[in-house]
Design a protein around this ligand. Sequence first.
Ligand code: ARG
Length: 274
Amino acid sequence: MRSSLRDASPRRYLMCPPVHFKVTYSINPWMDPAKPVDLPLALTQWEDLRDRYRALGHTVELLEPQPDLPDMVYAANGATVIDDRVLGARFAHPEREAEAAVHLAWFRAAGYTEIHEPLHINEGEGDFAVTSSYVLAGRGFRSSPLSHDEAQEFFGRPVIGLELVDPRYYHLDTALSVLDDAADEIMYYPGAFSPGSRKVLQRLFPDALIAEERDAAALGLNAVSDGRHVLLPQAAVGLYEPLRDRGFEPLGMDLGELLKGGGSVKCCTQELRP
Ligand code: ARG
């Protein structure tokens, strides 16, 4: 039986237009510098996502894109914000290092006062996912396990470390997505996690929506939910019905050009949690 539709709650997001987007280096298996990127199309696809958020009643703040930082469009990686507290990022690869300061400058200009510049490598919401009970934290490819303690101390919330084992799912947000943060409801692809981390997920989230490999491979877990609408890569068709069955409204988005950099809906969206 299908559940009744959920309630959305208004969100505030930080995004960065892909004005300087290109794939000239490869730091994840999705990136192939030999494959051309259609920049006007990338921009149109990104604008569709931005406009969709606004049409749903959410606020979208914008970061100024920088010419030498082609991955800045993946704004989720630049910080993690919970309770208006900003944990800055520290990138694993030198190609993205300078993005962290651009994010910090934005937060200072926006009037945030609780800002922590991290000691340990963490790629923002690429590896941190937030529910009301936990901060779920990925490690294995990018964020250091030491960043998990640092986040726990800064946010004062329990951080659950999860080990990623498949290079295609190099960030937590490529393998797991929060559907209802208030109710601790998530979806994930078990194959991306170590056996121990899979058991942890089963124990904490026994009712999670379990994604199939083909939907994970379409980056279907790289989704953003406002509690009702779930914006996700449109090719992840196997997720639509299970989401509807739970009372969510899946909204398929075409971010095909940004997939060439190894990211989709969630990577382009940093949530600013009050
Ligand atoms: N090319 C970027 C990288 O490899 C993609 C980042 C995607 N972002 C994300 N939140 N998973 O760093």
